[in-house]
Design a protein around this ligand. Structure first.
Ligand SMILES: [Zn+2]
Length: 524
């Protein structure tokens, strides 16, 4: 703690121009030795494993939050509080266990969010574009759905008597959250208005409908996606004149009204004011749909009308934790991915910083003794940062050197592909006069694409709480819900939960049992 305070206090002590820019005490070996020794002391406490049963499970999913995004978000977070940034610690950095997750889909080397969501929610790898169905199902082929459904950890938790919740910054029926409750061969079948008529006739159900029909009474649902819940051409409550926000349902159903029926202590809210005026103690079921589609980027969020991810998470946990049997909560920072696809690194990184803030808030409302929290990503992006930037260089800024080939400046952040590619008079664009620190600046890319793509390398898995040590190496992505279910004694693997206080007391009892058996053998 002292070291951290020292760091914060000294972060603004810069030396003169042209000299190394770092705090003075970093010249003293004592500074680094003290910090490392403190870290070592903390690491040694981890030898006593937390083998409690997890009453609560929380999964934070940063969509598209590859490791370069985590590092850059860390630097940005520090720089937003006027530190140099590199030494800053994200909330997720403080999780004691870290693993790598192999993200490929069964039919794709570089994954999409649907197949990966099936892996980290249902425990089974699947094809890209499909949610909640095994790899035997074929994308967009309705008749391959039946018989190939796989269930999610959210359902396992609900069946075990826990409360369950979904919070996202995208549509609540977008790829990531939908694998928690839907079985659909096409992630784009948001409502019946987006489905081919043949698929509807063949009995396939849209994802919005499955949100309310598959797992009755999901306790908390928050995000965007309002238009998919209302009859086609019904005007939106927030944007009444705007056609693009009109309802999309051809079956003319009003899913919100249906949700409200026959429920006690159920609240539907569609703006921040309504959300924050709720008393979580008197709400058992919450449906919050804050936009017709996805929520806005956090940098562009209207603080009066739209809640932040952190605010949504806080309300969700306060409602869910009332259940004495605990809860499972899926939280998605879903627009990190969208920022990257647009080549807008600043948007993506601010989304990641906001999700980290939500992770901190969740930490304050729960305990590592009974809550397992996992933070991971579904896949990475073609995003990176580098060059030979000096310490404290603005993460969104320029390298301090020019290219020795075209003699032009370049930003630290670059994309491998995407919309930022631009040639002027046959040469790379000179960006020195552009607003490369502006919210919607598109960082340069090597290959022109209208949408930047996902990346194929492993992503990180950060874990804390009961059984977090079981996330410890390089794992297939579908291992994640198996560990979480094991920790909470739900789902298929419960043999270790026979004793009332879980595995720890069982393993403690084993040596004495062995001794007793030996004694009996000797006596016989
Ligand atoms: Zn994506």
């Amino acid at each position: 703690m002292k070291v951290t305070i020292l760091l914060i206090c000294s972060c603004l002590v810069w030396e003169g121009l042209g000299k190394p820019q770092f705090p003075d005490q970093e010249k003293d070996p004592l500074f680094w030795n003290t910090w490392a020794q403190r870290t070592l002391k903390n690491a040694l406490t981890l030898q006593k494993l937390n083998q409690n049963t997890a009453k609560n499970l929380i999964l934070f999913l940063g969509d598209g939050m590859g490791i370069p995004t985590v590092t850059a978000a860390r630097i940005l977070k520090g720089q937003l509080s006027r530190q140099s940034g590199e030494e800053t610690q994200l909330e997720m950095d403080n999780f004691p266990f870290v693993a790598l997750s192999k993200t490929y889909n069964t039919n794709a080397q570089v994954a999409d969010s649907a197949g990966t969501a099936t892996a980290f929610l249902c425990g089974v790898k699947a094809n890209e574009g499909t949610v909640g169905v095994s790899a035997a199902a074929v994308r967009s082929q309705c008749n391959t759905t039946q018989g190939n459904e796989v269930t999610s950890i959210l359902r396992w938790a609900k069946e075990a008597g826990k409360s369950v919740g979904i919070v996202t910054t995208t549509r609540v029926n977008h790829a990531t959250p939908s694998a928690a409750y839907a079985h659909c061969v096409d992630r784009d079948w948001y409502s019946d208005g987006e489905m081919p008529a043949e698929a509807v006739q063949a009995g396939c159900k849209d994802i919005a409908r499955q949100l309310f029909e598959n797992i009755p009474n999901i306790d908390v649902i928050m995000g965007g996606g309002r238009k998919y819940m209302f009859p086609k051409n019904q005007s939106d409550v927030e944007y009444p004149g705007e056609k693009k926000h009109f309802g999309t349902r051809i079956d003319r159903r009003n899913l919100v009204e249906e949700w409200n029926k026959n429920k006690q202590n159920a609240n539907y809210v569609w703006n921040k004011k309504e959300l924050l005026s709720l008393n979580p103690n008197s709400v058992d079921y919450l449906l919050g749909l804050f936009e017709p589609g996805d929520l806005p980027y956090d940098l562009e969020r209207n603080n009066e009308t739209d809640p932040s991810l952190t605010e949504m998470v806080e309300v969700a946990i306060k409602i869910l934790k009332k259940n004495p049997s605990g809860f499972y909560l899926l939280v998605e920072g879903g627009r990190i991915d969208h920022g990257h696809h647009d080549g807008k690194a600043k948007q993506a990184l601010h989304e990641a910083v906001e999700m980290d803030r939500a992770i901190g808030q969740a930490g304050l409302l729960t305990s590592i003794y009974d809550t397992m929290t996992v933070v991971t990503a579904d896949h990475s992006h073609m995003f990176n940062f580098g060059g030979y930037t000096p310490r404290g260089n603005t993460i969104l800024g320029l390298n301090s050197i020019l290219s020795d080939v075209d003699q032009k400046p370049f930003t630290a952040i670059l994309y491998g592909n995407g919309p930022g590619f631009k040639v002027v008079n046959g040469l790379r664009e000179n960006i020195s006069t552009l607003g490369y620190e502006e919210n919607n600046y598109k960082a340069q890319s090597a290959v022109p694409l209208s949408m930047e793509t996902h990346g194929g390398e492993d992503v990180a898995v950060f874990a804390k709480g009961p059984m977090a040590h079981l996330l410890h190496g390089v794992h297939e992505q579908n291992y994640i819900p198996h560990v979480m279910a094991y920790a909470a004694c739900i789902g298929q693997n419960r043999d270790h939960c026979m004793s009332s206080s879980g595995a720890s007391s069982l393993s403690a009892a084993l040596p004495s049992l062995t001794a007793l058996l030996t004694l009996i053998r000797l006596l016989c």
